[in-house]
Design a binder for this molecule. Structure first.
Ligand SMILES: C[S@@+](CC[C@H](N)C(=O)[O-])C[C@H]1O[C@@H](n2cnc3c(N)ncnc32)[C@H](O)[C@@H]1O
Length: 255
């Protein structure tokens, strides 16, 4: 078998945040299977490949995960260089691990090309240092998709002890805020919603945990991915001189 599968992280959206290795794998690929949130500008690096969308967005039905495994295995067995392209990092809340396991089980040669996760890029681009001496010496990244998954994690975190980053948490923001407050987090804890980070439509809301449930969504943010950050470090975004959007324009902001 001469085929090969690369599980590649596309980063948060800005094509300049693609790694050199990711760009090279895309340029050499015969086939690219890409997810939602992978930008057209990133796909342009795959000049000679057939590109197929296999993603889904919140609530929408997509191609079943097992079908994606089959496509990866069959394409590699047919001798193709395949890129499985996922937003951010493939192994951060992206089911890349399941794909690596399926490829290993099928005996298909494969690799992972890490990407810049939105969990790191979105706060950084909004001027929020996730760790900052004296404020937070660690952070946790959780999925806000399923309360059964995030509730036990919140139970295990001492209130205010770290910066909390929630991906896929926009819909559940009221529930998350209530759960944190019920676990002893102060309603005055700074919080931010970071929409479409690293893209020209990037927008930021900052406020407090007490205000999160009622946070007004920025105009035009419908369908935009959002990362939620809770913790004292969020208060630094106003002072780091980095909180503008991609083009340097002021972010949409309610403070
Ligand atoms: C299925 S998860 C995949 C995470 C991805 N593997 C990563 O490392 O960034 C999708 C979630 O990532 C977050 N996300 C992805 N791109 C984003 C962006 N440009 N700005 C803000 N959040 C983003 C959102 O929370 C979105 O719902």
């Amino acid at each position: 078998m001469s085929g090969f599968v690369s599980l590649v992280g596309a980063g948060p959206g800005d094509p300049e945040l693609l790694t050199l290795k990711a760009a090279r794998r895309l340029a050499e690929a015969d086939l690219v299977l890409y997810d939602a949130l992978v930008s057209g500008e990133v796909l342009r690096h795959a000049a000679r490949a057939h590109c197929f969308f296999v993603g889904k967005r919140a609530g929408a039905l997509g191609i079943r995960q097992e079908a994606i495994h089959r496509m990866l295995v069959e394409a590699a067995r047919a001798g193709k260089r395949v890129v499985r392209l996922k937003c951010g990092d493939p192994f951060v809340l992206g089911r890349g691990g399941e794909e690596a396991l399926a490829l290993a089980e099928a005996g298909v040669p494969h690799e992972v090309v890490p990407g810049v996760s939105s969990a790191l890029a979105a706060p950084a681009l909004a001027g929020i240092p996730l760790t900052h001496r004296g404020l937070a010496s660690g952070f946790a990244v959780v999925s806000g998709h399923d309360p059964a998954a995030w509730r036990p994690i919140l139970d295990s975190i001492a209130p205010g002890s770290l910066s909390l980053v929630v991906l896929m948490g926009l819909r559940a923001r009221a529930e998350l805020a209530e759960a944190l407050r019920a676990r002893g987090w102060s309603p005055a804890t700074p919080a931010a919603l970071l929409f479409a980070a690293s893209t020209p439509s990037a927008r930021t809301w900052t406020g407090t945990l007490g205000e999160l449930a009622e946070a007004p969504l920025p105009p035009g943010s419908d369908g935009a991915p959002a990362t939620l950050v809770v913790g004292e470090v969020v208060a630094l975004s106003a002072s780091t001189g980095l909180a503008g959007d991609e083009a340097g324009a002021p972010a949409w902001r309610v403070a």
